[in-house]
Design a protein around this ligand. Structure first.
Ligand SMILES: Cc1ncc(C[n+]2csc(CCOP(=O)(O)OP(=O)(O)O)c2C)c(N)n1
Length: 334
């Protein structure tokens, strides 16, 4: 995973309390992914699981960058960011299980997580549509004269969609408070990035719209904060940017993907590139947390996630008649 290209990473961008918050979020996000994959394999959960394993550092970093009124327009592989924006584990799990308790009433599911109370607006099934939506949210903030930032996350494959180019250009010419974050995990479904992108850094595309582009090690929460904090500050002044967080998708595109397109050597080497144990080790090295404290947080996270999954597995799904409510102006008989 390459390190920051166009920006120098400051030595200590976070204090001890923020480091702890980042690590705890990453630990929780990891156990959430592991348990959701398990629930899916056990047939407790229908639909999909697109694992976020390997993407946790971005959630950790955003947890200390978001301000209360900020907005998030995520894609489907963004559960760590949803936790960072304030959703509880139970709220995320309710959405993934599509129970009646979910913010969407059970209309969303794993790929469309939303939480209006947390200012998280779910994506549609159309990749890249959320990038246009984020630009719209940014325009609303500007018209309302707030200083709220909108963060939009999407994958490397999605950066080839027309909406990416249109939305970034509009954000640039209208001076919108949006931080666009490409989670470059080097794969789009079953395709390697070398098959569909010729530029070395997706962040280089920012130059085409006259906004800054930053490539950063997406496994390093502190490097991410060093890039994102100034990016948020600039965005609040109406200067959008594109951040490319380079990371590794540790599992298949979806749970159950046999990954026949991935070299055995590459899969075997994944253990050496794992942001969660890496930040855990940094905590011990730098002394911002002790082994005992971390073990306690891991246990707490596991208890919280297991409790949420057990609860959600026993909750009802939305009734068919309710599923279409809110879609059409009039009531429908189903
Ligand atoms: C417009 C559109 N094209 C194709 C798809 C099917 N599709 C779903 S996920 C995906 C891969 C996206 O890859 P990327 O943007 O890199 O995100 P990642 O899965 O790596 O996080 C594709 C092609 C879709 N949902 N929408």
């Amino acid at each position: 995973v390459p390190t920051s290209k166009s920006k120098q990473v400051a030595a200590a961008p976070v204090d001890g309390e923020e480091s702890v918050r980042m690590l705890r979020l990453m630990l929780t996000a990891r156990v959430l992914e592991q348990r959701l994959a398990g629930a899916y394999a056990d047939g407790k959960l229908s639909g999909w699981i697109h694992s976020c394993e390997g993407h946790e550092a971005l959630g950790g970093a955003l947890a200390v960058c978001f301000a209360e009124g900020d907005h998030l327009v995520p894609h489907y592989r963004s559960r760590p960011e949803q936790l960072a924006k304030g959703m509880t584990v139970r709220e995320v799990v309710a959405e993934v299980f599509a129970t009646v308790d979910a913010g969407s009433g059970g209309r969303g599911g794993e790929t469309h997580v939303s939480s209006v109370t947390n200012r998280i607006y779910g994506m549609t099934g159309v990749l890249g549509a959320n990038i246009a939506l984020a630009t719209g949210v940014g325009l609303a903030s500007k018209l309302q004269k707030t200083d709220e930032v909108t963060v939009c996350t999407f994958g490397d494959g999605t950066s080839n969609r027309g909406t990416f180019h249109e939305a970034l250009n509009l954000a640039a010419i209208w001076d919108l408070p949006v931080v666009f974050i490409c989670e470059n995990n080097y794969f789009a479904e079953l395709s390697k990035i070398s098959d569909f992108i010729r530029v070395e850094n997706i962040s280089d595309r920012a130059a085409a719209y006259g906004i800054p582009g930053y490539a950063v090690d997406g496994h390093d929460p502190e490097a991410l904060v060093a890039t994102l904090r100034p990016a948020f500050a600039e965005a609040r002044l109406g200067r959008p940017c594109l951040v490319e967080a380079k990371m590794i998708r540790r599992r298949g595109h979806w749970e159950g993907d046999p990954q026949g397109y991935r070299d055995a050597d590459e899969v075997a080497a994944l253990g050496d590139h794992d942001p969660v144990p890496a930040y855990r080790a940094r905590a011990l090295e730098t002394g911002f947390a002790s082994e005992g404290e971390i073990a306690g947080w891991e246990e707490e996270a596991a208890t919280e996630v297991d409790g949420a999954i057990e609860w959600a597995a026993g909750r009802p799904l939305i009734a068919a008649a309710d599923a279409v409510r809110g879609v059409y102006a009039g009531e429908l008989d189903v």
